[in-house]
Design a protein around this ligand. Structure first.
Ligand code: ZN
Length: 328
């Protein structure tokens, strides 16, 4: 008995890499044929392959693309793609948007609470969604969930020739998203049919880390992303993000009078440190942007995480923090 107890402790302390999530490629494309992202990316109308990738790849580096666009490999006689879409990880169905009523078109969100980090994956522009899927269903990775398409109601339609899967992975910012949405001038009078799975409540990180490996520790993957900037927050009530992501939190959350939070350049709050009431780091007001990683200055400015003079929070960072603090 004693031996096994010690063996368990050893495993728990030294075997972090034993814990990893199995990933499968989310389309019909044969993963073994991929040697570089150019083998699977679908370019925009610009024709530049990198425009289908993740990051500041749109509009000369001024518009953020929060996922990757994976091209079609097979088509029917009308030129429509026939590629199937698969769940990339074990998880559950979180949301099904069966109407093409926004930029994502018909889309599916899966939630993966059993991963080292509870993440969502999102599959957009689908031609169709498997009619047997219901919100709350548990599904295994590799399950067919839909068919690739080019559905989108937005500023620009996606032509059939550029049909693709828009694939995203990330974390949900707030369970109080609707409180933020209701007070946001940009959305006044516009209903939110997507609830908590609205794109603004989803903070995506680079899917490359899951597309380049069939097995990955998602928590380490996010923690290994460089810290781009930090903010401090004053609040007696912990944001629900903290409660839903305890693996990203350190310090005594019960006694916290605020938080020191590190963000990736994309806007994912990757590290939270509880600040006690006597902490000199607590901001004067509700929250404050307190510093940046100068190596990432250019992309932080492009993504509007900070102002061009680097002195103030930009509109993207203000939105992320406002959503995180919604309802508290
Ligand atoms: Zn896309």
């Amino acid at each position: 008995m004693i031996f096994w107890r010690w063996a368990g402790v050893l495993l728990a302390t030294s075997g972090l890499n034993l814990f990893a999530t199995e990933i499968v490629w989310p389309t019909s494309l044969d993963r073994t044929t991929i040697h570089s992202p150019l083998d699977y990316l679908q370019a925009t109308a610009s024709g530049r392959p990198e425009s289908g990738g993740f990051g500041m790849v749109r509009e000369d580096g001024h518009r953020f693309h929060e996922g990757v666009d994976i091209r079609a490999t097979a088509r029917d006689k009308n030129g429509e793609p026939t590629d199937l879409i698969y769940s990339a990880l074990d998880g559950q169905v979180a949301y099904l948007n069966k109407q093409a009523n926004g930029g994502y078109g018909k889309y599916i969100v899966l939630f993966h609470p059993q991963a080292e980090l509870p993440v969502y994956t999102l599959y957009a522009h689908l031609a169709s969604i498997d009619p047997s899927l219901k919100v709350g269903d548990s599904i295994n990775r590799s399950k067919v969930i839909g068919v690739m398409g080019h559905t989108s109601i937005g500023t620009e339609a996606i032509p059939r020739e550029r049909a693709h899967l828009h694939f995203e992975i990330g974390v949900r910012l707030s369970d109080n998203f609707n409180t933020w949405y209701a007070t946001e001038p940009e959305y006044r009078g516009v209903p939110n049919p997507h609830g908590l799975w609205h794109g603004q409540n989803l903070a995506g990180f680079n899917p490359q880390i899951v597309l380049t490996s069939s097995r990955i520790n998602l928590l380490s993957g996010l923690q290994n992303e460089p810290t781009a900037l930090a903010v401090t927050i004053r609040t007696d009530h912990a944001p629900d993000f903290v409660k839903r992501h305890p693996s990203l939190v350190s310090g005594d959350a019960k006694k916290a009078a605020g938080w020191y939070v590190e963000f990736t350049w994309e806007g994912v709050p990757k590290k939270w440190l509880a600040l006690p009431p006597q902490s000199l780091q607590l901001p004067q007001g509700r929250w404050s942007y307190v510093g940046l990683n100068y190596q990432l200055k250019d992309v932080l400015v492009q993504h509007k995480m900070i102002t061009p003079d680097t002195k103030k929070a930009g509109e993207t960072l203000i939105r992320q923090v406002s959503i995180l603090l919604a309802g508290i």
